[in-house]
Design a protein around this ligand. Structure first.
Ligand code: MRU
Length: 335
């Protein structure tokens, strides 16, 4: 696959990102020539999704090594590392990528660059293999539920949760996808639906609270989501709303799979309760953005003018609700 077809790539010290805040209305590339600008792109979710955040953070660390002055090289790198790590707290890929590139940057910027490119390539390859492994679990005629966005945009190119579905479709299986809109930022309605349309996979968007009804009616055969961090015992942090889908799946005897590269597993965190959960701005709940009839992207308030909002971005699904983990080499279980 051409690097330019990825959600995230870099040439020398220049980082290129598909601007996910403009999708599905406009396809634009965001260009960053310094690590602070790349940090800002992670914070504002120009790029998002665990694998893409990891690759972008690795590239930010590489940019810092280009920018570091000779006389203050190590201190500059350390400060940059802290700044990049502070962009988002939950996705494990961010921390593993920054650490890997930082360790190489201590030797030279050439080594940092090589490592950052390697991480992006590895993430891409992990998605490709997850697709092949996960496809084996999908039967012809399956209707599959997914939550948030764990497609090509979120994991550099192939995706995690969407990779098996797209692979099954390419293999001629009839698959249908129910896409949770995924409030508050609507990654499902905006990004997953856009990716599925591009891949030609039949799908429909549902409001997040439709899932119980569909499961009760026997309309969902399996659930696949991505992951932002997986604790040593298998408890899994993913986009807010994942937990209730997993509990419902258990109630209705529907297999619930997590698809993730090995870089998302964090053996330093023993149980899910210790995974840091990001809290984001209340504006994400109080306002919504979309395109108006004139083709202008606008943000409008959808809540009572004087009310505030609470906006945790992730929840943790206990491992007992997870049927298996689709990884690049095998389907793992924690029994
Ligand atoms: O806050 P985001 O959009 O970066 O959230 C990450 C996600 O898209 C999901 O939680 C996803 O399912 C896992 S990341 C591939």
């Amino acid at each position: 696959m051409q690097k330019q077809n990825r959600a995230v790539w870099a040439e020398k010290n220049i980082v290129y990102l598909i601007d996910q805040t403009k999708l599905p209305f406009k396809e634009e590339i965001f260009i960053s020539d310094n690590y602070k600008k790349t940090c800002e792109a992670i914070v504002t979710m120009i790029t998002r999704g665990a694998g893409s955040i990891g690759a972008t953070a690795g590239f930010a660390m590489m940019q810092a090594s280009y920018e570091a002055p000779k006389e203050n090289y190590n201190n500059f790198l350390l400060e940059a590392k802290k700044e990049i790590e502070a962009t988002r707290p939950t996705a494990q890929d961010l921390f593993s990528a920054v650490k890997r590139v930082y360790n190489k940057a201590l030797n030279s910027f050439e080594e940092a660059e090589k490592e950052a490119q390697k991480i992006a390539d590895e993430t891409s390859e992990a998605g490709r293999k997850i697709g092949i492994i996960g496809n084996e679990l999908i039967e012809d005629g399956f209707s599959i539920l997914t939550h948030c966005n764990a497609g090509p945009l979120a994991i550099v190119d192939y995706g995690s949760a969407l990779a098996p579905i797209i692979e099954a479709h390419k293999n001629g299986k009839k698959v249908f996808v129910y896409v949770d809109e995924t409030r508050p930022r609507n990654q499902g309605a905006k990004l997953t639906a856009w990716e599925l349309e591009k891949a030609g996979v039949p799908h429909t968007i549902i409001a997040d609270n439709v899932v119980g009804l569909l499961m009760q009616q026997g309309k969902i055969d399996m659930v696949i989501t991505g992951a932002d961090r997986i604790a040593k015992n298998g408890d899994t942090a993913n986009k807010i709303g994942t937990l209730e889908k997993a509990i419902l799946a258990k109630e209705f005897n529907i297999p619930f799979y997590i698809a993730a590269p090995m870089s998302t597993f964090d053996d330093n965190i023993l149980e899910g309760k210790d995974i840091p959960i990001e809290e984001r701005s209340e504006d994400e709940v109080l306002y919504i953005s979309g395109e108006d009839a004139e083709g202008i992207i606008r943000k409008i308030r959808i809540a009572s003018p004087n009310s505030g909002a609470y906006n945790p971005a992730f929840d943790v699904t206990p491992v007992k609700y997870i049927t298996g983990f689709i990884t690049p080499d095998a389907v793992l279980s924690f029994d």
